[in-house]
Design a protein around this ligand. Structure first.
Ligand code: ATP
Ligand code: MG
Length: 381
């Protein structure tokens, strides 16, 4: 099937815990997208623990990320190699160099720039386990982040810690030059090692006391951070409860909506395909796994489509007339208090008369849509 070429999207796969299936999921996701007609580059950014090349059966000496790090090539696309799956390309992480585990910030930025310039429809980045700052930065830089977990307490805890750590890393990136708020975020990060004190509400309290005007931005950052959740090696019904509590904790404590995209079954037969995961996907043992991964991919493609359509529509809006502003004011007033508290409603209502497009963007981030947001589009159709 040939599909229309679209803008490239960078997808990052993380999870916090080791061995939960991040790399297998990365390959499965990439192979499925290729099967749908997309051109995909997989990148192994598990710096120091790379194994995508092994899972793809590429065991000889090839070009790899290390050539880019050592400046043996000028651009990242020079180290893209072919795999047995046509249209699935790989940037291998083989040939570990000590300098790769901790690239300086300028090398990291250069790498990100080169990743975004790769010629592909989707770029799938496989990340390592743990809370390494580089891993969090690559996750933040992606257009869509996937969190892979298994339904075990340790994995769920690590996923939770990764999500809140990444949110605060993102907040820190935005407020790093704020004289009063930056040190508060720093000290909260230190405290978090000993307690769960990194609650968004605690930070928001400080923001309200120090710089009220920054509050909407904080809210926007957390609401916009919407990682996709994949549950791997699915066990019994009890295990689903753990995932439910992960989702509700992320929302109630951090205002982060985890989008649960689906689960993948535990399939013992994978162990016979550890040198060729795409061959596993073609095997009869993978029937349910295949069905589920297709469902997951369809869901996230719809999501991408939905948000790009939204951006298109938003671009068409030039100005909101008074009637529309009143209508949006009514929508805000009618929201339940658990979506927006009465004080927040008051602030956003005031802001509506100042920057209506920003208020609409905020409401969309919160998952609140209304036809009147796109009024210009409908009247010109
Ligand atoms: N759905 C599954 N059913 C059965 N086995 C699986 C499944 N997913 C992954 N595995 C197996 O679990 C092991 C770990 O998988 P993988 O290497 O993808 O994990 P990872 O999260 O990338 O690990 P690391 O943190 O070390 O990078 C592998 O042996 C893999 O074959
Ligand atoms: Mg891995």
């Amino acid at each position: 099937m040939v599909v229309q070429r679209r803008a490239r999207h960078v997808l990052a796969v993380a999870g916090g815990k080791g061995g939960v299936g991040k790399s297998v999921f990365s390959i499965t996701l990439a192979t499925t997208l290729v099967g749908m007609g997309y051109r995909v580059v997989l990148i192994d950014l598990d710096l120091g623990g790379a194994n995508l090349h092994t899972y793809l059966g590429i065991l000889g000496n090839t070009l790899s990320l290390s050539h880019f790090f050592q400046k043996k090539v000028k651009t990242l696309d020079e180290v893209v190699i072919s795999t047995r799956v046509p249209e699935l390309k790989l940037i291998s992480g083989a040939h570990y160099l000590p300098s790769m585990s901790s690239p300086g910030s300028s090398l990291k930025l250069k790498l990100l720039r080169h990743i975004k310039a790769l010629d592909a429809d989707f770029i799938v980045i496989d990340l390592g386990a743990g809370m390494d700052l580089n891993t969090m930065d690559f996750f933040i830089a992606a257009d869509i982040g996937f969190i892979v977990t298994v339904a075990e307490p340790a994995a769920i805890m690590n996923a939770y810690r990764f999500i809140k750590g990444t949110l605060f890393r993102r907040l820190h990136g935005v407020f790093k030059n704020h004289r009063e708020l930056a040190p508060i975020l720093d000290s909260m990060a230190e405290d978090a090692a000993y307690s769960d004190s990194l609650m968004l509400n605690a930070f928001i309290e400080q923001v309200m006391a120090i710089d009220k005007a920054a509050y909407p931005l904080v809210n926007e950052i957390s609401a916009e951070f919407r990682p996709c959740l994949i549950l791997n090696k699915l066990g019994d019904a009890e295990s689903k409860k753990l995932v439910g509590s992960l989702i509700s904790h992320c929302l109630s404590k951090y205002n982060v909506t985890l989008k649960y995209l689906g689960n993948l079954p535990l399939v013992k037969e994978i162990s016979s395909y550890l040198l060729d995961i795409p061959a596993f996907l073609r095997s009869s043992a993978a029937a349910v796994f295949q069905k589920n991964i297709r469902g997951i991919v369809r869901k996230f493609l719809l999501d991408i489509h939905d948000s790009s359509v939204m951006v298109e529509k938003l671009r068409l809006i030039r100005a909101y007339d008074d009637d529309t502003i009143k209508r949006i004011g009514g929508i805000i007033a009618g929201l339940p208090d658990d979506k927006l508290t009465p004080t927040e409603k008051k602030l956003w209502h005031l802001r509506l008369y100042f920057k209506p497009t920003e208020v609409v963007a905020f409401l969309l981030c919160k998952g609140i849509k209304d036809d009147c947001f796109f009024e210009q589009l409908f009247t010109t159709q």
